[in-house]
Design a protein around this ligand. Sequence first.
Ligand code: ADP
Ligand code: MG
Length: 601
Amino acid sequence: MQNKTLQILQEYFGYSDFKMGQKGIIDEVLKGRDVLGIMPTGAGKSLCFQIPALALEGTAIVISPLISLMKDQVDTLNEMGIQAAFINSSLSLKEFRDITAKAQNGDYKLLYIAPERLETESFWELLSQLSISIIAVDEAHCISEWGHDFRPSYTKIAYMIAKLHKRPAVVALTATATIQVKEDIIRLLKLQNPYVLVTGFDRENLYFEVQKPTSKSDFLLGYIKKAGMNSGIVYCSTRKTVESVCKKLNEQGIKATRYHAGLTDGERIANQEAFIFDKAQVIVATNAFGMGIDKSNIRYVIHYNMPKTMENYYQEAGRAGRDGEKAECILLYSAADIITNKLFIENGGMLVDKSNEYKKLQEMADYCNVDNCLRKYILSYFGEDDSPELCDNCGNCVGNVESTDITIEAQKILSCMKRTGERFGSGVITDVLRGSSSEKLRSMDFDKLPTYGIMKEYSKETIKEIIAYLIAEGLIDIKGDKYPILALNMKAYSLLKGENSLYIKRIIAKQQPKHKKSEYKINNDLFEKLREIRKVIADENRVPPFIIFSDTTLKDMCSKLPTTGDAMLAVSGVGKFKLEKYGDRFIDVINKYVSSNTDET
Ligand code: ADP
Ligand code: MG
């Protein structure tokens, strides 16, 4: 059996070795034991049930929460010459009948179903006629009300399993599980003495950075232009920002599309498809976008606004680099985002636990302001306290961080707030400090205050930035629902009394991040050519390009330059079936590239 699984990995999937955790899970499943695997995105969880499905007799039932996920996986399997299908609400009656008939015939190695199927009679009938190899529950956290994507139908799974005349091994997989969710999965799926495997949260291939650009839109534009044809997501906190950012990118000739809950279903689906099929290089979206996106070749995720919590951030940023290739996660921080988020919390319903939300927001803001390793911050946040102090693959590890003492400036601002009665927002405070000659200030006698004009030499932006920083650091509270009013708190008084000092950090000069190796560049031309042929083939087959070959596979072709079938098989991600189907067309491109480059020299 040992050799058999490795053989399947190589022949079908074209990979030479298992990734961390895969082998252990597969071996246990093949022994007939239940498994719960908690592994981060991109760890290769699908293989943990796909390989046992191929190694065992019968059909594996895979329960998966989203139509798009099922479709991607089934397309991927079919592309590798594996018999698989899905049953969900997107099928026509005829398709449903065809698939059911084939399933009864035992034609499929894997049958994907939406959990809602478990509530229909006809499906029970079908199940009773199948010889089932294993039951796989993907995105198993959906079973828990404590998780973020609760799906009531998931709770029917245990009942279904109990009704089978022979109980197969059950494999549950998820990327996100707190202790509570983990216990729910085991209890509600009724797993029997499961083998539980938890690998770390770290995503080594992701580079993290926080930027505080003077102009977010200039930064974004420059970044995307440099990224070339690479796919990326830009997350914004509001629909309005999505609209304006997307418009700006389009005006600059960038193929960007948009996604938010205010669009019609039709447009949302079309825009998502354009992105997944590499027709649009960038998608600008609110956090409504992402669940069920299996696109593996997302090379960057930029947050145009700071999200509310670290959980949100890590989940959204984590959509980059599922294929294991290098990818960047950049957060564009401006202190104004904190104010927006605090207002969201203040104006939220009575039911939300505000103190908890403030705490989470503070932890998110801390991420944007720490001097130390960002990866370490993330991992400690998620309970991995033993991670190294330096990762060498985040903005803070590779950049030089400069700290500036802003104690005096902060004291001036705080005392101005106090003298104006803590009744105003940052606009008025800034005007007083800069000594504005407006009628409004004079009518309130603010021009007679000792703090009037004491920060004349600072720009409005700088003062607002410092105020926002004071909010982020929890020295200033925001009150009022319609217009934010700034008020001092205990921490502010202790700073005013000179009991402590305050520093603001800024990234000054950046070294090249570690991963920007030159080898990447050498074969860029070839990579683009391979990408072109991949797109042509994908269009012919009406599947997204990453399903034909992943970016990792194309990169490996660039470094190995295979010109024979055997050499092609040595490329990671090229199995026998795909070699036969597409090998020649890629070899052609490589041959042309190699000969034209030899001619030149
Ligand atoms: P997850 O479900 O854990 O997020 P996937 O199953 O979607 O991850 O796999 C992520 C990527 O890793 C896919 O492109 C997959 O083909 C690739 N992969 C899986 N197993 C291996 C392996 N043993 N070697 C190389 N790549 C792998
Ligand atoms: Mg998965």
